[in-house]
Write a protein that binds this ligand. Structure first.
Ligand code: KG4
Ligand code: ZN
Length: 342
């Protein structure tokens, strides 16, 4: 089965074709970074308009790509939520229209399920069950994954998401948008011993996160200093170390709590090299194994939606798109609310 996947939940227009026999056929991404950079963050209305301009030509280019060789698409999947309402509506209306026009099944998928299943696109996919750390611009979640579609949230951020903390801290330091890659780059030149930032909530039991206090700590530290390049690098390093340390402590705790040995890292912040290295080290020290998607599939992309769509279509869920009922998007949607596997 060949599934076309469409991602438009935020500021990336992604599309891909996944074949359940042959694997990923072709994928493409049109990033809106330049469009939003001048505003220091995503402007929802501009994002939606850019998806409208970009999506159909992107889908067209995939269908006609030599890798697809004109093969028929057997199903269409799009991100139904969570995300920006206007942006989601573009992908949902295009996806459901294509499914109707081609007379193939269509399904709206959960964006975080896409992130969570993204490591399945790699040559050495994780075996179920596992614990997943989902760290993106909008979410920080620890999820116990028993099987496809069986997700239980173990912990989540009570305020800012990890990616949001990177973005806000970068803005404060004048590093631009998106903040994660900018902080990681600056941190490479930073002195790890000049500043020490708090590790929020690690001394309390439980698996929840909080990052807004850390951001405030950075603001107070920066307010008393001249922000030359070295100071920016040193603050970036201390900030990155604090986030990485906090996430690592909670991941180890989660693996022990649910008795799993396999950890999956996904979502945009999962592209962070220092985080990847640290989680590998800690998990292997416990005798476990860590899995993550290639960095380009950590951040938003169409391939993960095509894959998650293929899973959902195989489960033949009652939630398949039905032209008589129209389509909907769900801008706020917990991963625990999605339908379990049959
Ligand atoms: O998953 P994603 O592409 O979009 C959402 O669904 O939110 O995640 C984007 C987030 C942004 O906050 C960005 O700053 C962060 O991921 N990010 C990183 C890195 N690359 C992207 N954070 C830390 N280090 C990185 N290398
Ligand atoms: Zn995402």
């Amino acid at each position: 089965m060949r599934v076309l996947g469409i991602e438009t939940s935020c500021d990336d227009t992604g599309a891909a074709i996944y074949d359940t026999e042959k694997g990923l056929v072709v994928h493409r991404l049109a990033s809106q970074i330049d469009l939003h950079a001048q505003y220091g963050g995503v402007v929802p209305e501009l994002a939606a308009r850019d998806h409208i301009r970009t999506l159909l030509p992107l889908v067209d280019s995939l269908i006609n790509d030599p890798a697809n060789a004109g093969a028929k698409v057997d199903g269409v999947a799009w991100t139904k939520g969570p995300g920006l309402a206007g942006a989601l509506l573009v992908g949902a209306s295009v996806g459901s229209s294509l499914a109707a026009a081609w007379n193939v099944p269509g399904v709206g998928v959960h964006h975080m399920e896409g992130h969570l299943l993204a490591p399945m696109l790699e040559d050495n996919p994780p075996p179920f069950p596992f614990v997943a750390l989902l760290v993106s611009g909008g979410h920080t979640l620890l999820v116990d994954v028993e099987d496809e579609g069986r997700y239980q949230i173990l912990g989540l951020s009570v305020d800012d998401a990890a990616g949001e903390a990177f973005d806000k801290t970068a803005k404060l330091l004048g590093l631009g948008y998106p903040g994660g890659p900018a902080i990681a780059k600056a941190a490479m030149q930073g002195d790890p011993d000049r500043f020490h930032f708090p590790r929020p909530m690690v001394n309390r039991p439980g698996l929840d996160f909080s990052f807004s206090g850390l951001k405030t700590f950075v603001r107070t530290t920066a307010a008393d200093l001249a922000l030359d390049a070295q100071t920016i690098a040193d603050i970036s390093r201390a900030f990155e170390d604090a986030v990485v340390d906090t996430l690592a402590i909670k991941c180890t705790r989660a693996l022990k709590q649910v008795g799993r040995s396999c950890l999956v890292i996904a979502g945009g912040v999962g592209a962070n090299q220092r985080l990847r290295a640290r989680l590998r080290e800690d998990t292997e020290a416990m005798g476990g194994t860590v899995y993550y998607p290639r960095p380009e599939f950590c951040t938003d992309n169409g391939a993960m939606i095509a894959y998650a769509g293929a899973v959902r279509l195989r489960l033949a869920s009652s939630h398949l798109f039905n032209i008589d009922q129209g389509f909907e998007v769900i801008p706020r949607w917990s991963i625990e609310e999605i339908e379990p596997a049959a």
